[in-house]
Design a protein around this ligand. Structure first.
Ligand code: NAP
Ligand code: MG
Length: 496
């Protein structure tokens, strides 16, 4: 099943905990398996961090914090920029590792390595541009010196769908700001993060600045770290359900949090849209990462005058996907992450069809072993269907007709989520007016992709708090402090 390159890539990746600059087994020597979702076979086992290991990692992060926070910005910049370069040099083996543990096609894994690398380049730049201020108080009696200081040791908890990029989007700004980190990668995809830790280690990142804890006990490990007063920040990317629990836990210690949570993205196609462009954009917005993205389209909200033609185009493209193991060149859609996710997608489709939705196309050739799911297109989806209200997180395009812009906006906003949305219209003014009314953090206008390292990524409502990337990204890891300085210049003038 595995070729020689796969065996080599798997044997080269470290499989232990990375704590204080050392690779080590779990305190009780336990391990957990990492599964290839396209074969259901075990790829390897990794060390399974216990609560005591978590405290060792926080000890290391806390010890390293003082010297890291006073290291020169240009030294932090050097490490981050070197990480950008090294990720590019290692793109092939990192992409293969990601495809093995997560399933996405190699071309998409390569794109994710580039995207992750870009965060290191972007924040290498930001490391030397942390701004403060110097201002006169309105009464002229004092001056304010405003400084920005690192918040301190951070816990970074990441999901499985982008095993490298979601970590990079947190690690790079944290390090740029002068914070040390303990990273808890998703249980299903720890290998990409372990590979990144070994790269950062090779580049001379000081011991304890980055610590990585794969674990099968997220509740205990994360809970223990959050209850320790030395931890100063939690940055979480994952489901809204878990995010809400962590926010409640953060309350007792008034722990700073950043939350990148779930979505239910609408993709609005107006009657004057360029349907060819909308179809291209739709495929990116729906099918990037096989539909397993927080920004993935959950609801295609289409003007009734163009829905038949748009549906035909979407169905044709959805049905042309080649489903299989992501390591094979011809494959354009990999498996879902696990059996539960595959079964949930099937359940959501069955519920929509039972409510009256029509299946107008699907891929017929799908491997029987592995967690594969056939891409499908549904039209006339009833508004009560569960898949319009819950994250599908799979390759299912669901189309709903609307008869006006107002109806499109109202339906788009009728969800607790507010991460990404997309609008297609040839009339820029009309698109902007819709974008203004959408309750989301990001809107793609005539484009199906919103992710961009230089832009602020994040959501409103139950989709999260805070922004990652862009000029805002580093702020999540900085505290503002100000000195009120008596205005001696004024006093000196009074002396004369
Ligand atoms: P998840 O189940 O919420 O898990 C996310 C992370 O939290 C994993 O590392 C997980 O560990 C850990 N975790 C789970 N339960 C926990 C608990 N009770 N206490 C502490 N930690 C806990 O999410 P997922 O299924 O991995 O990822 C998919 C979700 O992430 C989707 O909802 C998606 O929309 C969202 N997402 C959001 C963004 C964004 O930027 N807004 C980006 C990507 C994904 P285990 O792996 O061991 O469960
Ligand atoms: Mg999970």
């Amino acid at each position: 099943m595995s070729g020689p390159i796969e065996v080599e890539v798997l044997s080269n990746v470290p499989k232990e905990l990375y704590i204080g600059g050392r690779w080590q087994p779990a305190a009780d020597a336990s391990e957990f398996p990492v599964v290839d979702p396209s074969t259901e076979s075990i790829l390897c086992k990794v060390a399974d961090a216990q609560v005591s290991d978590a405290f060792c990692a926080l000890d290391a992060a806390d010890r390293a914090q003082a010297s890291w926070s006073t290291s020169s910005p240009s030294e932090r910049q050097r490490i981050l920029y070197s990480a950008f370069e090294r990720l590019h040099e290692r793109i092939e083996d990192l992409a293969l590792l990601m495809t093995l543990e997560m399933g996405k096609p190699l071309a998409e894994s390569r794109n994710e390595v580039r995207y992750a690398a870009d965060f290191f380049r972007w924040f290498a730049g930001e490391a030397v541009r942390i701004r403060g201020g110097y201002e006169m108080a309105p009464d002229g009696q004092s001056r304010s010196i405003i400084t920005r200081t690192p918040v301190g040791p951070c816990l970074l908890v990441t999901p499985w769908n982008f095993p490298l990029a979601m970590g990079a989007r947190k690690i790079a700004p944290a390090l740029a700001a002068g914070c040390t980190v303990v990273v808890k990668p998703a249980e299903q995809t720890p290998l990409s993060m372990l590979a990144l830790a070994s790269i950062l280690s090779d580049l001379g990142t000081p011991f304890g600045v980055v610590n990585v804890l794969p674990t099968s006990r997220p509740v205990e490990v994360v809970g223990a770290l959050m209850s320790d007063a030395r931890l100063k920040k939690l940055s979480f990317t994952g489901s809204t359900q878990v995010g809400k629990k962590l926010l409640a836990q953060a309350a007792s210690g008034v722990l700073r949090t950043s939350m990148e949570l779930g979505g239910n993205a609408p993709f609005i196609v107006l009657d004057d849209a360029d349907l060819a462009a909308a179809t291209d954009g739709a495929m990116i917005a729906k099918m990037r990462n096989g539909g397993e993205a927080c920004t993935a389209v959950n609801r295609f909200i289409v003007h009734e005058s163009v829905i038949a033609e748009f549906g035909r185009r979407i169905s044709e493209r959805m049905s042309a996907y080649v489903v299989g193991r992501g390591t094979e060149d011809k494959v354009t859609a990999g498996p879902l992450i696990d059996a539960a996710t595959r079964d949930k997608v099937a359940e959501l489709v069955a519920d929509a069809v039972a409510g009256g939705a029509q299946l107008i196309g699907e891929v017929s050739a799908v491997p029987t072993s592995g967690y594969f799911c056939s891409p499908k297109t549904l039209v006339n989806v009833p508004r009560t269907a569960r898949l319009l209200h819950e994250e599908i997180f799979g390759p299912v395009a669901a189309l709903i007709p609307v008869s006006s812009d107002r109806e499109a906006v109202d339906f788009a906003n009728a969800t607790e989520y507010g991460l990404a949305a997309y609008v297609y219209s040839r009339d820029q003014q009309r698109s902007l007016s819709i974008a203004d009314r959408l309750q989301v953090g990001m809107v793609g206008i005539n484009q199906g992709m919103v992710s961009n390292v230089a832009a602020p990524f994040g959501g409103v409502k139950s989709s999260g708090l805070g922004r990652e990337g862009g000029a805002e990204g580093i702020n999540e890891y900085l505290e503002t402090k100000y000195y009120a300085v008596a205005n001696t210049v004024q006093a000196a003038r009074d002396d004369k």
